[in-house]
Design a protein around this ligand. Structure first.
Ligand code: C2E
Ligand code: MG
Ligand code: MG
Ligand code: MG
Length: 275
């Protein structure tokens, strides 16, 4: 069910599209255009404190309202963006869009996490370009958190160095999808991480699975002992909530609480809950 919901109206979109290279070319020029014409926009998914389930932040997630294809989900176009040079522009676009959201909605009260392509960190100009977006828009860095998946970091000394520079500028950094790929535990020691977000695969196998529970609890405890803030994503059921709460994780994100929403709905939610 969750998967269907997640895809939503993205059903219109043919998932073979990006595998076909002729189509990939046109997809990329479409994305280029979408950036220019602002067909790309951000929705936000609230994250909650596990103690009282109050909202403590939002994750901004990219959506593409394509004039012909309808709503295209990020999993259908981010991979193509990653393979092309467009990730750099997309990341700066997302940063700018986040600043716009913050500046145009002063009542927005919690930090916003944005997802960056780790590929951008292989460019030595990126950190400064990103920082400049927030400076130019007068958005304090403590209003944002940067989510980066470890995959592209793994083989790149440059990316790790640039990540250190981001942290030195004062950005808060979250390692996203932890445990999903070839996680090297050594990274937890090397990277300047504030937060670790455990991949939702660990949550989806929890119920009735003692071993999966041991692994997840172990990761949470380890992260906490290293001084990291731990968050789990993909909590879809009350049973999962109960389990991860007992494990002492600080923050939770998942469809059980909130789906990604447009800014109007976020503001409505905030006013309802007087957050
Ligand atoms: P992610 O950063 O790990 O984001 C979490 C994804 O899980 C989101 O999917 C979110 O809607 C979904 N999700 C949240 N709670 C649940 C749940 O309880 N169950 C299930 N099944 N899914 C849940 P979305 O929005 O489709 O994004 C997919 C991926 O696309 C993101 O994974 C991220 O890697 C990438 N992405 C999204 N927005 C951006 C962006 O602005 N820039 C970049 N570079 N990548 C982005
Ligand atoms: Mg993320
Ligand atoms: Mg994730
Ligand atoms: Mg992901």
């Amino acid at each position: 069910v969750a998967k269907e919901n997640r895809r939503g109206s993205g059903e219109l979109f043919d998932s073979n599209y990006e595998r076909n290279s002729r189509h990939r070319m046109s997809l990329l020029s479409d994305i280029r255009q979408a950036i220019d014409s602002k067909e790309l926009y951000l929705v936000m998914q609230p994250k909650v404190n596990s103690a009282d389930l109050s909202i403590m932040g939002y994750e901004a997630l990219l959506r593409w309202e394509h004039e012909l294809q309808g709503n295209i989900p990020p999993d259908a176009f981010i991979p193509a963006v990653e393979k092309s040079g467009l990730y750099y522009d997309v990341d700066l676009y997302v940063a700018q869009a986040t600043c716009d959201l913050i500046n145009q909605n002063k009542q927005l009260s919690h930090p916003i996490s944005i997802n960056l392509s780790a590929n951008s960190l292989n460019h030595e100009t990126f950190v400064e370009d990103l920082h400049n977006v927030f400076i130019r828009n007068q958005v304090p860095l403590n209003r944002v958190e940067l989510e980066i998946t470890e995959n592209a970091l793994i083989h790149s000394e440059t990316a790790i160095r640039e990540l250190d520079r981001l942290a030195a500028y004062g950005f808060t950094i979250c390692l996203d999808d932890f445990g999903a790929g070839y996680s090297s535990l050594g990274y937890l020691l090397r990277l300047p991480l504030h937060t670790i977000k455990i991949d939702r695969a660990f949550v989806s196998h929890l119920e009735g699975n003692q071993k999966a529970q041991v692994v997840l609890e172990g990761i949470i405890n380890m992260g906490q002992k290293l001084g990291k803030e731990m968050i789990v994503e993909g909590v879809e059921t009350q049973a999962q909530l109960v389990l991860v709460r007992e494990m002492g994780v600080e923050h939770i994100q998942g469809f059980y609480f909130f789906k990604p929403m447009k800014i109007e709905q976020i503001l409505e939610l905030q006013s309802q809950y007087k957050l």
